[in-house]
Design a protein around this ligand. Structure first.
Ligand SMILES: [Fe+2]
Length: 252
């Protein structure tokens, strides 16, 4: 059984293992710091990065609608002062995030199942994880449908989709790592749910601003479920780390 609490072990990474080197490093730092706040090496790195920033293009673009209906929708939106590409970008962002969120939950479900009989299910009830996973997959399908309704291509990666794909890759890595415990995986899931919740808040606000009333109502329902996800993951995490009371009943 994998211990959920961190265990004591040998120090493999800290400076206490090499006091002489630690003292020399400190002395050098003190010597360099007053005269040169930024060392020549870090200044060269900054210069190089600044050149990359100046030369780089944007993080992709939002493809124009491929259907006649989409072109008409976009034209109407532009005339009425809305920004259809912003909504399509934000939808592409949620689409990418919900895809990763579903994968994150798939991995956590595997991890909980692998510790069945130990304490995995005691920490995170499997049936509630499965419900949450289905809801994330449902949100993915909802966003894909909304993109298509606007005449967009749900298989195209928008700049926002690229952005959150990169952001959430680290969270997925944490949960895929076979060494991480369920509680450590819950920490990554917590970050995912916090970002997801805020993402839906923004999407609701944007749909309201652009007067997509039917979409707004569907997004509000998704936001309600995301609020429950966040409440649940926080309760699971706190129950283990603080011994907080059991989480409330999971809404379906
Ligand atoms: Fe969620």
């Amino acid at each position: 059984m994998k211990h959920q609490q961190p265990r004591m072990g040998s120090n493999r990474t800290g400076v206490q293992m090499s006091p002489l080197d630690a003292r020399r490093m400190h002395e050098q730092h003190v010597e360099l710091a007053p005269a040169a706040p930024q060392s020549p090496a870090s200044a060269a790195t900054s210069d190089m990065r600044a050149r990359y920033v100046a030369d780089a293009g944007p993080l992709g673009s939002v493809p124009p609608p491929g259907s006649v209906k989409g072109v008409l929708n976009t034209g109407v939106a532009l005339i009425s002062g809305n920004s259809p590409q912003l909504l399509l970008d934000k939808l592409g962002e949620r689409l990418a995030f919900e895809r990763t969120a579903t994968r994150i939950l798939d991995m956590l479900i595997t991890k909980v199942r692998s510790t069945r009989g130990d304490d995995g299910e005691a920490l995170v009830p499997l049936d509630q994880l499965l419900t949450m996973r289905e809801q994330e997959a449902g949100h993915f399908a909802l966003v894909a449908r909304c993109i298509e309704e606007l005449g967009g291509d749900s298989s195209a990666q928008t700049p926002g989709g690229d952005l959150v794909g990169m952001e959430s890759a680290g969270l997925l890595q944490v949960i895929c790592d076979p060494r991480t415990t369920i509680v450590q995986s819950l920490h990554a899931l917590l970050i995912s749910e916090m970002a997801d919740h805020y993402g839906w808040e923004i999407l609701v606000a944007l749909a309201a601003t652009q007067k997509h009333t039917a979409m707004q109502r569907e997004f509000e329902l998704a936001l309600e479920r995301e609020a429950a996800h966040l409440q649940y993951v926080k309760a699971w995490f706190e129950r283990h780390t603080l011994g907080a009371p059991t989480a409330p009943e999971f809404p379906h």
